[in-house]
Design a protein around this ligand. Structure first.
Ligand code: B12
Length: 210
């Protein structure tokens, strides 16, 4: 669809205003939030990713594209998060220590909120102790951990180990590009989800199994 290609290109160009306006127009034209997300916003980041890897673009361009993506996410958030959804449970989520990537985690937050969870987003670069404090304060049923760097996957394990020593035993869900089901099993987390949509399904299953 032309408008979705436009959103993708606006993200690649790092044009936050254009991204926002096109997302608004796409909603008016009847596109669903997941279409805008997957075929527009994420498609844009999927163009930037390989370029970054091949040194064709650098950190500033990626950040500008990420900002454009965020401006689009703000628009579709209003579509996804409907106020009359019954709260299903509480989820504490964050990116582990040493890792500043939050685009994917933010998408997961939007989708979980949209499906009726109360989500406490702790942000990025979080030591295990930050998760511990949040678990004690909010008593969530689920803790979500995100890591985008192979170098911070060890922090994910450390955080899981620390959370397992607590009296409260929230289920632990992990995700992020280098994370896999195998890694999840290795570090003793409860569940892995590959993307924001499956994160909702997995969260539902974890709550149901409680
Ligand atoms: C954007 C980006 C950045 C931005 C981050 C901006 C931001 N606010 O997030 C900036 C420029 C800051 C950045 C910095 C760096 N980056 Co970077 N970055 C990327 C890039 C291009 C895109 C990541 C992204 O947002 N993808 C889009 C989202 C939607 O996908 P996602 O994150 O995978 O999330 C989905 C799933 O994984 C899942 N998910 C994610 N989290 C969670 C959590 C839970 C609980 C669940 C269930 C699911 C889930 O659901 C999400 C939605 O579907 C990737 C390349 C790539 N294609 O992945 C490199 C990449 C991750 N970065 C990389 C590197 C090396 C770095 C730097 C070290 C670069 C440098 N030399 O400085 C720094 C590290 C900074 C730090 N300490 O964190 C490497 C990592 C290599 C590796 N194997 O470790 C990558 C893979 C690029 C590459 N190929 O070289 N980066």
């Amino acid at each position: 669809m032309e408008i979705l290609d436009g959103i993708r290109d606006a993200v690649v160009a790092g044009d936050a205003l254009e991204t926002k306006e096109l997302c608004q127009r796409a909603i008016e034209e009847g596109c669903s939030a997941s279409q805008i997300l997957e075929e527009g916003l994420i498609a844009g980041m999927n163009v930037i990713g390989p370029r970054f890897k091949n040194n064709e673009v650098f950190v500033p361009e990626v950040l500008i594209a990420a900002r454009a993506m965020h401006s689009g996410m703000d628009v579709i958030k209003t579509l996804i998060v409907s106020s009359d959804v019954k709260e299903k449970g509480t989820i504490v989520i964050g990116t582990v220590k040493g890792d500043l990537h939050d685009i994917g985690k933010n998408l997961v937050v939007i989708m979980l909120e949209g499906s009726g969870y109360k989500v406490i987003d702790l942000g990025v670069d979080l030591a295990a102790e930050k998760f511990v404090e949040a678990v004690e304060q909010y008593q969530p049923q689920i803790v979500g951990l995100s890591a985008l760097l192979t170098t911070t996957m060890g922090q994910m394990k450390n955080t899981v180990d620390t959370l397992r020593t607590l009296k409260l035993k929230p289920k632990i869900m992990v995700g992020g590009a280098p994370v896999s089901q195998e890694f999840c099993d290795q570090i003793g987390a409860d569940a892995y989800a590959a993307d924001a949509a499956s994160a909702v399904e997995i969260a539902n299953a974890l709550i149901a199994s409680d």
